[in-house]
Design a protein around this ligand. Sequence first.
Ligand SMILES: Cc1ncc(COP(=O)(O)O)c(C=O)c1O
Length: 430
Amino acid sequence: MNKFSVFAEYESNVRSYCRSFPKVFDRAVGSVVYDVEGSEYIDFFAGAGAVNYGHNNGHVVDSIMRYMRGDGIMHSLDFHTRAKQEFIQKFVDVILKPRHLRHKMQFTGPTGTNAVEAALKLARKVTGRTQVVAFTNAFHGVSLGALAATANKSKRKAGYVPLHYITRMPYDGFLGDGINTAEIVEGMYRTAGAGLEVPAAFILETVQGEGGLNVASSGWLSRIGKLANDLGALLIVDEVQTGCGRTGKFFGFEEMGIEPDIICLSKSLGGIGLPIAVNLIKEGLDQWQPGEHNGTFRGNNLAFVAGSAALDYWDSASPFPEELSLKEEWITEELKATAALFSENAVEVRGKGMLQGLAFKSPQLASDVSRLGFDEGVIAETCGPDNEVLKIMPALTIDQATLQEGFRRLRKGIMRASAHLHAENWAKIA
Ligand SMILES: Cc1ncc(COP(=O)(O)O)c(C=O)c1O
């Protein structure tokens, strides 16, 4: 029996990340993860954005330990609890009010995809329309309603039913430089004879995290936002991956010239990766009947407590939000130095904030680099329609020395490979 046999024998074949990073992990602190043999890995994946404040963040852990030791209630459906009361009040005071957002909070089932399901339902209910506009390379989750809005081919195929009620439109940059896709989308909705139904909503990400680190410009976003408004359609901004500081501000849409009607948030809202999801619903649009969208695990009290502690990072007295732009620069510089190891045009630096990466011409090269980096002790996943983009999304709390060491390991792996491995491929492409 080897250390993987229990997984191979008893866990479903659907498991995937563990195939790219085949170790048995045990402990994690900040930006470092340890396997059962004691080897350490610098984490440039951060739970796909669920551990923005670092693994086992001490401030967050202290608060949940105190809560548990005091017999704080764990499970409560949507009962009122002190933990929820404190979380809502803090979120309003620290996040919503300073941004002049007057949104209500709907706690959905604790996954991003369930928040998206609820947002789609509510937009259809409020407008009485069925179609929702979603964009090329979008990722909104894998339950059937959200999956219809997701663009990824293999994920869609795995639905095994027709995926309906979505109109697909080109995201910013999808048709190449010099083609303004917002103008095309607008043309389709403002021209008689286009044959489109007026949509209930437009759903979009401000940076497409799974779809290849595509960044929408503020000009593009504001044009789509205005179009939605003119059509009486809701603007749903899916901040499941971009939220909680990932692109440099608490929300990815900040300073981008749009006013979302519904904001979907999850991942790092639970402080240290505890499951929770919320929709922020603009005043007047909260037209739910009690229980119309429900679920056993809406609002996990431990996640509320952890989330409240994590919100201290966003307090007006905290230096943390300001530091993010400096960290963005560190990552861009390191990525440029890494891209320079390859021949011109083989790779491009892409993304924004702490959600950046290297877009390779060759998908094989992206997965090679991910694997080689892992061999040297760094965890970095791929994304994009063909997994052609190496994604660098460390914890937002990472220090410069750890970040540099992670990139040093990545480059060491690349250098080693260019010297010894895949000599044919690398000579051609790299
Ligand atoms: C933008 C976006 N929306 C929705 C989801 C789905 O979230 P979950 O995996 O928690 O269902 C993800 C997951 O990565 C995401 O990135």
